[in-house]
Design a protein around this ligand. Structure first.
Ligand SMILES: Nc1ncnc2c1ncn2[C@@H]1O[C@H](COP(=O)(O)OP(=O)(O)OP(=O)(O)O)[C@@H](O)[C@H]1O
Ligand SMILES: [Mg+2]
Length: 348
């Protein structure tokens, strides 16, 4: 599988303003140095506690937000990326570097180039009750991306909308209705149809089923599975529900306070988590399999504020294994066998 999305040292900080002049007095480090690759055809799960930066990461990757620093490459071969890395360590101000970044790094794109990219990468939001415009008929909601990106018009557009709605399990007869006339699950289907309109290669889902009943959740997950297969899609899937991540994802990344602390295949993350945070997250999940019940680990302390993260390993104030090193140095994400990576000086 080749790499479709390649995120390198990505940061997204939100300024905190204060005083009468509203000057920046600090920053919320929502995403703080994430490196991650998503292979073409992969279903990558992103898990972590509320506020750890999952939504911000997804929005930055699809360029609804502009990164503070770092790189996001979408469907870029290895050669220019390697050239950029080499030039960055040799001469940060070279013109060659600037032109390579402009050509390849999504983080530098603006205006028309972002627009062009958005056809290829879409985001589906968590809440189908607020993500659809209540005053817009469904046919217009689904057609909107086709209009914005000038993909299709007239009769061809209407036919495409009908096909999309049918494909996600709704009927063409429902085109003239408004969002309030649909259930939560149906609304999420509409949002998915809309995301598919421009024939994207990549879709980021931000907790797409967390507002839905369990039975509806399963239907939506099945739909996503089918669509992925049919259209050869690549997914970034954010979820609170570890059991869902385990059942549908090919690969999982665990985030804590703006960083990825562990990633690996679902069986590695759920059976042999190596980072103390990932372990506590897994332990806190009720599982139907008694053989896997490791006992609930309750973490001491609160999640620190991303505006003022602790030095060294950001997890150290809550970690029973923390040593002096953990207070001072940031552990790099390193391989612990196969595709399993952990950012910890004392992995389990
Ligand atoms: N536009 C913004 N301006 C300032 N701070 C923000 C903004 N968006 C997010 N944040 C902050 O960034 C941090 C990460 O937020 P984010 O929404 O990415 O977390 P999350 O992991 O998606 O959480 P949840 O699971 O609750 O959805 C939080 O502290 C949040 O308050
Ligand atoms: Mg979120």
């Amino acid at each position: 599988m080749n790499t479709l999305v390649d995120i390198r040292r990505l940061k997204k900080h939100f300024p905190i303003r204060g005083g009468v002049l509203r000057r920046p007095i600090g920053a919320v480090k929502a995403v703080d140095g994430v490196s991650l690759t998503i292979k073409r055809g992969q279903w990558l799960g992103l898990v972590g506690e509320s506020g750890c930066g999952k939504t911000t990461l997804a929005k930055t990757v699809v360029r609804l937000l502009r990164p503070t620093s770092g790189h996001v490459y979408f469907d870029i071969p290895d050669a220019p990326k390697a050239q950029i890395e080499a030039l960055e360590s040799a001469d940060k101000n070279s013109r060659e570097l600037a032109s390579l970044l402009k050509e390849n790094d999504l983080a530098t794109f603006s205006g028309h180039r972002v627009q062009l990219f958005r056809r290829r990468a879409q985001l589906v939001h968590q809440d189908p009750f607020t993500s659809l415009d209540p005053r817009m008929k469904i046919k217009n909601t689904v057609a909107e991306p086709l209009i914005i990106h000038r993909v299709l018009s007239g009769q061809a557009q209407q036919t495409a909308v009908k096909d999309l709605l049918t494909r996600v399990g709704l009927s063409a007869g429902q085109m003239e209705r408004y969002p309030h006339q649909f259930s939560g699950g149906q609304r999420q289907r509409i949002a998915i149809a809309r995301a598919l309109a421009t024939k994207p290669e990549f879709i980021a889902f931000d907790e797409p089923t967390s507002a839905l009943d369990v039975s509806v959740q399963a239907q939506i997950l099945n739909l996503l599975k089918d669509l992925k297969k049919e259209f050869g899609l690549t997914y970034l899937y954010i979820t609170h529900e570890l059991l869902i991540a385990e059942s549908v994802c090919d690969y999982i990344a665990v985030m804590y306070l703006g960083k990825v602390v562990e990633m690996g295949r679902p069986e590695e993350i759920f059976h042999t988590p190596r980072h103390p945070y990932a372990q506590s997250l897994v332990a806190a999940t009720p599982v139907p399999d008694p053989a896997r019940r490791v006992g609930r680990i309750v973490l001491p302390g609160e999640v620190p504020s991303p505006a003022n993260p602790p030095p060294g390993c950001t997890f150290h104030p809550r970690c029973s294994r923390a040593s002096k090193e953990c207070h001072e140095l940031e552990p790099p994400l390193e391989p612990v066998g196969g595709d399993h990576y952990v950012a910890c000086f004392h992995p389990l």
